[in-house]
Structures are given as structure tokens and as C-alpha cells.
Design a protein around this ligand. Structure first.
Ligand code: SF4
Length: 955
């Protein structure tokens, strides 16, 4: 009898129970995917300088291509996966990108967006030279200028602001970060409080929920070793760190882990789950607390972890001051606190059945310390009180003792490597209230999406405003208010867009400066993709190829296409010119550590970091390489294989010198602060919270005016059914889901990705379609509080009834006057201010084929560029975390006569009024001791401690 040899795909499908086990007679022992085997066949590194392959496109002819293989790091999302660039030695062009097997996070694998980097670098519409605005800002007229002119002009503006003490007018606003501390040292060398980020429209909610427990503001799940995995939203296909996470979730499942997914949509992730929990948006915390209730009631919690690592004594004293301080009284208090969160209550709130909630709870209890969980954007970023979802999810980790364990969920800070710079400028003595206003003392982090409103209210102005890989006009809510602010030269004196591609925000810049894609720049990344700690080197591969061939390249733009540069060198040169004679004290931070008095080079900057990276010099020496050459060769380095249980690290003798031990609760105190915890006679470092424990009761929350949220609580969202008017047919729009093949602005010039994903219809359940008389493909008008957009319906059973959803990735646009750009994905539109503050956008031309040097541009078959929905949303700043609450209360109806697909209307006066409504919900600083913000809470670009006090208002 012929025996069927199972294919790799079959074996995975069997193991994941997607198909029946066809090979029961065999005991199929799968190799762990981390080990070499099928699909892990890469050219050996000793041949990377001279690797020959036959050209796939050459048909029957055997056309050999000789490559130099140079590693770099993907730049298409935050995961920072490794890439190998295949540089054709004959043409000195990159032919393709594949995964880098030496990258500890991605282990040779990528999602579709990694290899599509080749599309981005070959995009025929890309910006190749620095451009300066000619006419009115936003009019679309540009002229090419030299890098020298650019640097001199901007440096003079910054120098003037510093000399005239207008330091808070210099601002760097980042979309896609990287660099690992690079910009902090630039801005602190300049002495400005000028860092602004996109965090508040992305992850501030989840970050606050985690930070309030333990200081670290992200979860780092060890999915590969988990027994039960709980995901809020579609992390398997499109979540944070999704390729590195996805491969480990699948590994965990192949080793027997069960997966629960709480997602309103039947996403690809939900379709892989053992438990799909289609919760009503905003009700997630109710479900999580019902699970907590079961874990407590059924004694499925980890008593040892709670006793040692939760601030239960302080919690009990606050919750029940009359009770004797015993652990038993604490657990009795817990039971009372969460008794109301019955599975039936959670079912009524969420729609997830009580039976499923109970089953999942018991699975979590059984998994114990091997329970991994993740919530990032989604519920955390959609809802008023979304931060409470992350907090309640982490509560389950705390109850099961799965914090920092094998198969559990680690605090992110344990995984992240912080490079050591060669010169550390002092913290700035400024506090920029445009970023950290008094109304949001606990925000994570800068209130970036309120900036145009703050400018409108004359809270300040910007003299020099850098946007770096950042496109708020398109990605943020309320884009027309951004257009109004960016168009006003009184509010923003100079706007400089540092970007690899044209975008809707760059249209309103004074300079558009082309910065490299993944293979055209230097950078460092280190993220909490799994239980290890790693560092990855992004490098300009053509420059590195030239170096290997003995060519001298001074600046990266000499090796890149056109004059595409990179930020690192740009900032060095700019800083040097701001302070030509060193009198401002800036230059001294840019002097080479290797050549006295000379300006540092980019190679020296990374040489210093790699020479000071734990274990890297020794590893490099094994191959007779310098640390820099090791990173140039392999592109990544594993600093620690596993970072479990770091809270159990012992305090050193130096740390313990002069410390006192609290005999009641084991706190180790020094200089008025808790620095560790005594456990079984040993002084442990603990977590990064003020008590060094997991803070069930948060004194911070109470002290800063939110006593009702002092313990993990369910916060009813702004889109809770109680807040919707059924008589007006109001319904919730979930606008946050990602398409796995797209990434915000940067995938707009990747043809393979645009070919796969090019529309964003409105998902609605069949029952909703029936009640509204809407079928798939019908035009619908979706009205928000400030306007509307016209989209097409997609009627599906894969959506929760009573909720609609639309992906935010699509709907890119350009106007007739703008450079033709991203034509794989941009509609041409007209924009008109029909009366003051009332803006209309109409699509006049969709996507279509065109002639260019790339034959594929004449093969474009799709015509749809999707609809820009975010621009119709008002700002919804959560009063606690500062997160923009993305979910929208909308009405859905058939399109009106005259409506056209892609139409958008917005009234920015209404959006300003809604901003004021939400602002009124805040409880502003000062907090205890006149502080603007708790001293212990992290803040990017942290100023000196004195600036945390309101009285020191050097703004
Ligand atoms: S997961 Fe992110 S970093 Fe990794 S290949 Fe995909 S886009 Fe690139």
C-alpha cells in the first residue's frame, strides 16, 4: 500500500485541527518551527557576498544573477522584522527582499509587507529630491532645492527660536518611530521639550491600563509556550508585532494551546480561534471581570503570586478600613467587589454567551501561569474608558500568576534593549503644554491629536514643525481641522515633512524631504515580540554594498536613488549648523568619541552603541569581526534568549545600602521610595510601579481625581447602548480594524499590496442590511457627529448584528494640483470649503492604468481607491488616558440623491464644539504636591523633575 507522505501544510492544518487527522497511524512529531527545516532554507552567510541564483522571470533561458546579500530591518510596521536584501552586483540595484533567518524576532519570516519593500523603493512616483514650496502653502507648487539650502534655512530658524527663548516652538512630531533613543538625544541637545508622537491615536489606552498596574505600559505575551491564549481583536493577522506574534501563536496552538478571540468581526484571527467571542464594542471589560469573578469564586487564582506580588494589604485598607489585614479578608473583599459581574451580566452587556464566558474562564484558570494575553489598539483605543479593558485583561494575568512567566505575559520593559549613546545631553528644563496640557495629567502620552485645536485656541504657536513619517491629515480624526491649522502660517511658521512618500500632510508643508525606506536608512529597533531581548540594525544596503566594494560614500543620499537621505545624518548635520561655533552647547554632543574635536560619523555612532551592547563584542570576536561589522553582516543580535521572572532579580548590595525594610509588608525603602520587596528572606527588585508590586488598588488613580477607578472596573463606553438614540437609528461604527496587507500611509506605494487590498466597504450584518433595505454594493451614507462619508455596503454574516465596521487603511487621495503620487492607491479628489468651516471632498478620478517605466502601471485593473472615513470623525480624548476614542456613534442610511461614492462632508466648527465637550470631562492638574503629572509615570523626552511642578511653568 502506498503511504501518503503528509505535506508541510497538511501537517500544520492537522495540528491546528483545521482538517481531520489523516495520518492517525503515524505519530507525527512536528519539528518546532524555530528549527531549520522546510521553508527555512536560506543561503549560508559565508556566501552572502557572492550568491548566485537563476532568474525566475527568464523562462527557459538560464539567466544567472550574482548577488550580494545584505541584511536590514523592515520599516513597514512596528514589528521590525529582519529582511535580506539581494543586491544585484551587475546593476547595483536591489532585486528582492526575503526574511533574515538570523533575526531573533521574525526568524526568517515576514508578512506580505516585508517583501513589498521592493515596490516602495522602485515606485516611479516617489520623491527623489528635497522640495521647497513655491506658492501659497497647500497650493501644490514645488521646486527642487539642495540639501545644503534646506539645512541652512531650517538651522537658522531653529537657532533664532533658541536664542529668543521660544524653545517650545520647535517640535518634532513622529508617526513611525524607530531609532531607540536617537531623537531624545537630538532634542535634548537642542534643549527643547519638542517631542510629539502618534501614541494617543494608537495605543495610549492600552498603555495606561498596563502602566497603572506595573509601570511597564505594554504586554509582552509568550504565546509560543502558552496553554491558553486570549486576544482582544485580530492580533494573529494584523495586531501589534503581528508576524513575530502570529508565528508564535501558531506554534503555541500546534503545541496544544487553545485560542480565544474577542472581536466584533469574524476576522481571520477569529476564524482560527477555539472561542470566538463577538462582544459588543466597549463591553470587553465586563466580560473580563466576569472571568475574574469566576477565577476568584472557584479558587482558580494563584495564591502565592497574589500574596507576594500584589499590593493586597494597601488595597484592603482602602477598600475596607475596618477589616483585619489578612489575605483571606482581601480575597473575601475581591469576591464581594466582583460578585456583580456575573456571566449573565456580561452576556447582557456583550452578547457573548454566559456559557462561553464560563468555559473560557475555567480554561484560563487551568492554564494558570501559562496564560498569555494581548490587547493593544482595538477595544483599548476605541472606547471612552478603553484603558480599563487592558487593565481588566491584565487582572486575569495577575489572578493566574502569569505575569513574567514561561507561557505568560511579560512586562514589555524586560524585553526592550536601550542602547547606550556616546554622549547624553541633560534633560531639558522646559515643559511644553501643547503636548502635555494640565487637563490630561495621566495621559499616555502627548495629546497629539488635539494640537490643531490647541493652536486654534491660541495656546501657543510653532515656529519649526517637523513631521516624520507622519500623516495626521489622513490617519488622524478631524483631518480638516489639521488642514486648517497647517494652512495657517501664523500658527505654524515652517512645516517640514520628512517622508519616504508623498502624503496628504506633506501637501501642506514648506519642505518635503525624501527619507529612505527600510533599505535606505540607518536605524535601530528592539521590541517585545516574544520572551527574548534583541536588537536589529536597519542599514542602507546600497551604501553598505558600495562600502564592501571599496567605494567611499560620505552621506547616505549619495548611494540611495536620487537624493533620498536618512534622518540620522540629517539630524547630525542640522544640529551642527544650528550651533556653528559651539556657543549654544549643542555641538559638543556631536563630537566623535573616537576622533577628538571632529564631527561624529554615522558609522561611529553605531560603532559606539554596538561596542557597548551586552554580549555583542564577544559574539563578534568569535568570527574575528568588530561589533559593527557583525551587525552589518547579520543585521540582528539576540541579547538575551529569555527574560522571564525579572521581578525576582535580587537587589545588589549597593542598592541595599542605607535601605530599610518594612516589617509589615516587606517593602524595601530607600530615600522615601520603595526600591524592592522582601520575599522569603531575599530582597527582590519587583515591578516598576511605586510599590514595586502589581497595583490592584491604584493610589495614583485616586490621588489624581479618579477614585471611582481605583481598582479594575468596567467603564461604560461613549458608544454604550445607553448613549445611543435608538429612535434616531444610531448605531456603532468600529473604524479601527487593520487589513493585514496594508499599513497606514506607507503601503500606498506598494503595488503588490494595493493589488490585494484596494477598498474598505462598510461591514454590516445581514439582519441590519435587511432592516435598512441595503444590499452588498449599495451606496450608503454614514453620518457622524460632524459630517458624513459615502461608502458601499458589504453585507455579511461575519459581523455582529447592530454594529458596523470599516477599515481605516484605505481612502488615500491627492488633488489635481498635487504631485501625481501613490497612484496604486490614491483617488484624485476636489476639496472645497463651501462656507466657513464646512468642507466637501469629492472623488473625481479613481485608480486607473497609466504609462510609466514600470510596465505594471499599465496593468492596473482595479478602479476603487476606497473612502477616507477618519476625516469625518471628531476628536474624543479620553479624560484619563488621553487616548482618542475611535468608535463612532453613527447613522447608516441609503445614500441620498446626488451622493457619490467617496464623498465626504465635515463641519470643523462642530468638531471644535465636540472637542470642548470632551475637554469639559477632564479633571486637570495640579495633583498632589502641585504636580503636573505623577513623577513615577513614564513620559517621552522626560524633562528635569522640577519641571513636573506647575509652579515651574517655564513653558
Ligand atoms: S510584520 Fe511588520 S515588520 Fe514584519 S514583515 Fe510585516 S510589515 Fe514588516
Amino acid at each position: 500500500m502506498l503511504k501518503h507522505n503528509p505535506s508541510f501544510i497538511e501537517r500544520i492544518a492537522e495540528k491546528l485541527h483545521l482538517i481531520e487527522n489523516l495520518h492517525k497511524e503515524e505519530s507525527v512529531e512536528l519539528p518546532r518551527l524555530t528549527e531549520p527545516g522546510e521553508l527555512t532554507d536560506y543561503p549560508p552567510p559565508e556566501q552572502w557576498d557572492n550568491w548566485t541564483e537563476y532568474e525566475a522571470k527568464s523562462g527557459l533561458r538560464r539567466k544567472a544573477r550574482n548577488y550580494m546579500i545584505i541584511p536590514t530591518t523592515c520599516f513597514n510596521c512596528e514589528a521590525g522584522c529582519g529582511l535580506l536584501s539581494y543586491v544585484d552586483k551587475e546593476t547595483m540595484r536591489v532585486r528582492k527582499f526575503e526574511g533574515n533567518p538570523y533575526h531573533p524576532g521574525s526568524r526568517g519570516r515576514n508578512c506580505a509587507k516585508g517583501p513589498a519593500t521592493i515596490n516602495q523603493i522602485n515606485d516611479t512616483d516617489r520623491i527623489l529630491y528635497p522640495m521647497r514650496r513655491k506658492g501659497k502653502r497647500g497650493a501644490g507648487e514645488w521646486e527642487r532645492v539642495s540639501w545644503d539650502e534646506v539645512l541652512d534655512d531650517i538651522a537658522a530658524k531653529i537657532r533664532a527660536a533658541l536664542l529668543e527663548d521660544r524653545r517650545n516652538e520647535v517640535v518634532y512630531h513622529v508617526g513611525r518611530p524607530g531609532h531607540e533613543g536617537f531623537m531624545d538625544r537630538i532634542l535634548q541637545a537642542w534643549g527643547v521639550d519638542g517631542h510629539n508622537s502618534h501614541t494617543n491615536i494608537c495605543s495610549a489606552g492600552a498603555r495606561f491600563g498596563y502602566a497603572i498596574w506595573q509601570g511597564a505600559d505594554r504586554p509582552s505575551p509568550d504565546h509560543g509556550n502558552a496553554q491558553f491564549i486570549f486576544l482582544i481583536s485580530a492580533h494573529l493577522e494584523s495586531g501589534h508585532y503581528f508576524n513575530p506574534h502570529a508565528q508564535r501563536i501558531i506554534e503555541g496552538m500546534m503545541n496544544g494551546a487553545k485560542l480565544a478571540v474577542m472581536d466584533t468581526r469574524l476576522s481571520n484571527t477569529a476564524s482560527m480561534a477555539d472561542y470566538w467571542m463577538p462582544s459588543y464594542p466597549g463591553s470587553e471589560a465586563a466580560v473580563l471581570l466576569a472571568i475574574a469573578n469566576i477565577l476568584i469564586r472557584e479558587n482558580l487564582y494563584n495564591e502565592e503570586f497574589l500574596r507576594n506580588w500584589v499590593n493586597w494589604r494597601e488595597s484592603l485598607k482602602e477598600l475596607n478600613p475596618n477589616a483585619e489585614v489578612t489575605f483571606e479578608n482581601f480575597t473575601a473583599e475581591l469576591e464581594k467587589l466582583y460578585a456583580e459581574y456575573t456571566p449573565e451580566f456580561a452576556e447582557a452587556e456583550s452578547g457573548v454567551t454566559a456559557v462561553m464566558i464560563e468555559e473560557v474562564a475555567r480554561q484560563i484558570g487551568r492554564a494558570g501561569t501559562r496564560f498569555s494575553a494581548h490587547n493593544w489598539r482595538s477595544a483599548g483605543s476605541g472606547n471612552l474608558g478603553g484603558w480599563a479593558v487592558a487593565r481588566c485583561l491584565h487582572f486575569l494575568n495577575v489572578l493566574t500568576g502569569s505575569v513574567g512567566t514561561v507561557g505568560g505575559t511579560l512586562p514589555s520593559a524586560w524585553n526592550k534593549f536601550k542602547p547606550k549613546g556616546f554622549s547624553t545631553p541633560p534633560a531639558q528644563k522646559f515643559w511644553n503644554e501643547l503636548h502635555f496640557p494640565l487637563e490630561y495629567p495621566l495621559s499616555h502620552y502627548e495629546m497629539s491629536f488635539l494640537l490643531p485645536h490647541f493652536l486654534k485656541e491660541n495656546r501657543g504657536r510653532l515656529a519649526v514643525y517637523f513631521t516624520r513619517v507622519f500623516n495626521p491629515v489622513w490617519t488622524y480624526p478631524d483631518g480638516f481641522t489639521w488642514i486648517e491649522a497647517l494652512s495657517d502660517e501664523q500658527k505654524i511658521g515652517m512645516h517640514i515633512a520628512l517622508t519616504p512618500t508623498w502624503n496628504e500632510t506633506a501637501y501642506f508643508a514648506d519642505y518635503v524631504l525624501p527619507m529612505g525606506h527600510a533599505s535606505e536608512r540607518h536605524d535601530l529597533t528592539s521590541y517585545e515580540t516574544h520572551s527574548g531581548m534583541w536588537i536589529s540594525f536597519r542599514q542602507p544596503v546600497l551604501r553598505e554594498a558600495a562600502r564592501k566594494m571599496g567605494k567611499n560614500v560620505k552621506f547616505t543620499y549619495e548611494a540611495n536613488p536620487g537624493e533620498v537621505w536618512e534622518e540620522d545624518e540629517f539630524w547630525f548635520e542640522l544640529s551642527w549648523r544650528i550651533d556653528p561655533d559651539g556657543e549654544l552647547g549643542i555641538r559638543k554632543h556631536f563630537i566623535s568619541p573616537y576622533r577628538a574635536g571632529e564631527k561624529i560619523t554615522i558609522a561611529e555612532y553605531y560603532q559606539y552603541i554596538f561596542e557597548n551592547t551586552k554580549g555583542l563584542p564577544e559574539k563578534a570576536a568569535e568570527e574575528n569581526l568588530s561589533p559593527l561589522d557583525y551587525m552589518r553582516k547579520y543585521g540582528a543580535f539576540e541579547i538575551e534568549k529569555a527574560v522571564y521572572n525579572k521581578h525576582l532579580d535580587s537587589l545588589s548590595e549597593t542598592e541595599l545600602e542605607g535601605a530599610e525594610i518594612d516589617s509589615e509588608n516587606g517593602d524595601v525603602r530607600k530615600n522615601g521610595k520603595v526600591i524592592g520587596v522582601m520575599i522569603d528572606g531575599a530582597a527582590r527588585t519587583g515591578f516598576n510601579s511605586p510599590s514595586r508590586k502589581q497595583e490592584f488598588y491604584s493610589a495614583t488613580t485616586k490621588d489624581w481625581g479618579w477614585a471611582e477607578y481605583a481598582v479594575p472596573t468596567y467603564v461604560k463606553s461613549h458608544i454604550h447602548p445607553e448613549n445611543l438614540d435608538a429612535s434616531k437609528n444610531e448605531i456603532v461604527l468600529v473604524p479601527t480594524f487593520r487589513l493585514p496587507t496594508l499599513i497606514h500611509t506607507r503601503s500606498g506605494n506598494a503595488k503588490w499590496l494595493a493589488e490585494i487590498s484596494n477598498r474598505n466597504p462598510l461591514w454590516m450584518h445581514t439582519s441590519d442590511g435587511e432592516r435598512w433595505g441595503i444590499k452588498t454594493g449599495d451606496l450608503v451614507r454614514v453620518s457622524t457627529d460632524i459630517g458624513y462619508f459615502i461608502n458601499r455596503a458589504w453585507v455579511t454574516e461575519g459581523m455582529k448584528p447592530g454594529v458596523v465596521a470599516c477599515s481605516h487603511h484605505i481612502g488615500r487621495w491627492r488633488r489635481a494640483q498635487d504631485a501625481k503620487n501613490n497612484r496604486w492607491s490614491t483617488n484624485q479628489v476636489t476639496i472645497e470649503e463651501v462656507e466657513s468651516g464646512k468642507w466637501k471632498m469629492r472623488v473625481v478620478e479613481g485608480i486607473g492604468a497609466y504609462k510609466s517605466s514600470d510596465p505594471d502601471t499599465s496593468r492596473i485593473f482595479w478602479t476603487d481607491g476606497g473612502v477616507h472615513q477618519n476625516i469625518t470623525f471628531p476628536v474624543h480624548p479620553d479624560p484619563v488616558s488621553g487616548m482618542h476614542c475611535w468608535h463612532q456613534k453613527v447613522t447608516v442610511e441609503k445614500a441620498h440623491s446626488g451622493d457619490k461614492y467617496g464623498d465626504v462632508f465635515v463641519d470643523t466648527k462642530k468638531s471644535f464644539a465636540i472637542y470642548k465637550e470632551w475637554l469639559a470631562m477632564t479633571r486637570p492638574a495640579p495633583g498632589p504636591n502641585g504636580l503636573r503629572r505623577p513623577l513615577w509615570l513614564a513620559r517621552p523626552l522626560r524633562p528635569t523633575d522640577e519641571m513636573f511642578y506647575v509652579e515651574n511653568s517655564n513653558t
